[in-house]
Design a protein around this ligand. Structure first.
Ligand code: TRP
Length: 332
């Protein structure tokens, strides 16, 4: 099993990224060979702050390491340090179809009413994502539900490339939806994903928040006056309550039903303090490592340099095969 996954360097990691993706990454290090990267090339597909990008990339790397990604075992790097990603994307642009990309919901969402003004990079985003994975002949890609369409697309690209060139250049990767793959929602609105772009900082728990702030955010989280029921089904119309139960379950690594077995009949006056204690206990060691490591830019750069060199070495033969399959005379 060879695992590849990426995350956009959008500044601080929050509880949603942590429980939704990173916890799975950490676990997968025991199951296969892992390559994890900061998707800084993807970040330029939308308006962004040039002065911030490098800082955000290092900070996200620090957050991943603090959360348990081990750069000795996993290969940790950023895309921009491995030119083969951009290079393979161009080769795959010959295979990807306009129609396929036009159907991608992420492009529709992110371009909104301004399709004509969207960048080519935003349109071609899933082709770069295909290159990210196909470059390493990865077998599994741990992602959230919202990325499943992109995995389907990379399979289509790999399949068509192999068929068109009559080669077996690429491996078709499988999505890997982790066991806990918890979808963590905003603390202010149980129907919206927890997100770093939410204007209210009270809507999310950041890895950099201290214990007092974490407790305050949970105390103030939106809820309802009803006690907790006995089954998850009964939480159907109560998205905020459901979210807090899911967070508790993910943090304690048990099923939501087990949480309800413990708290059924109790109100949020009892549940919230327990959730706050649990969250602080789980996140404190991670935030402590994060806050220390993010001061040390040189150490982070050294890790990314070494990860990039390892990634480049793994990708080089595949990229050379892709050039050859297409009939291009290249120096690779
Ligand atoms: N698009 C992914 C996201 O926003 C990030 C990403 C980029 C990625 N390249 C990838 C994920 C390759 C998995 C594999 O979450």
């Amino acid at each position: 099993m060879r695992v590849v996954s990426g995350i956009q360097p959008t500044g601080n990691l929050h509880l949603g990224n942590y429980l939704g993706a990173i916890v799975n990454w950490v676990r997968m290090q025991d199951e296969g060979e892992c390559l994890f990267f900061l998707a800084d090339l993807h970040a330029i597909s939308m308006p962004y702050d040039r002065a911030e990008l490098g800082r955000a990339t290092r900070e996200m790397a620090a957050a991943l390491i603090a959360a348990g990604v081990d750069p000795e075992r996993a290969i940790l790097f950023n895309q921009a340090r491995v030119p083969a990603h951009a290079e393979l994307q161009w080769l795959l642009n010959g295979t990807a179809r306009m129609g396929w990309l036009s159907r991608m919901t992420q492009f529709k969402d992110k371009s909104g009413k301004n399709r004509e003004g969207a960048s080519i990079a935003l349109f071609a985003y899933p082709v770069l994502q295909a290159a990210d994975v196909l470059l390493y002949r990865a077998t599994h890609v741990p992602v959230g539900e919202d990325q499943k369409q992109h995995i389907e697309l990379m399979r289509d690209i790999a399949d068509k490339f192999n068929a068109d060139t009559e080669t077996e250049t690429f491996v078709l990767p499988e999505p890997y939806i982790g066991v806990t793959a918890a979808r963590i929602m905003s603390l202010r609105d149980g129907t919206a994903k927890m997100s770093k772009s939410d204007p209210s900082d009270m809507s999310r728990i950041n890895l950099s928040d201290d214990a007092a702030l974490v407790a305050q955010k949970i105390r103030k989280a939106k809820t309802d006056p009803e006690p907790l029921p006995e089954t998850m089904d009964e939480l159907a119309g109560r998205p905020e309550a459901r979210n807090l139960v899911s967070i508790y379950a993910a943090l304690s690594d048990v099923a939501p039903a087990a949480v309800l077995a413990e708290f059924a009949g109790k109100g949020f006056g009892a549940f919230k303090p327990a959730l706050a204690d649990l969250t602080v206990a789980r996140l404190a060691p991670v935030s402590e490592r994060f806050n220390a490591l993010k001061q040390d830019a040189a150490a982070i750069d050294a890790i990314l340099d070494s990860g990039s060199a390892r990634a480049a070495a793994l990708g080089a033969p595949v990229l050379a095969d892709a050039y050859r399959a297409l009939g291009l005379l290249s120096g690779r």
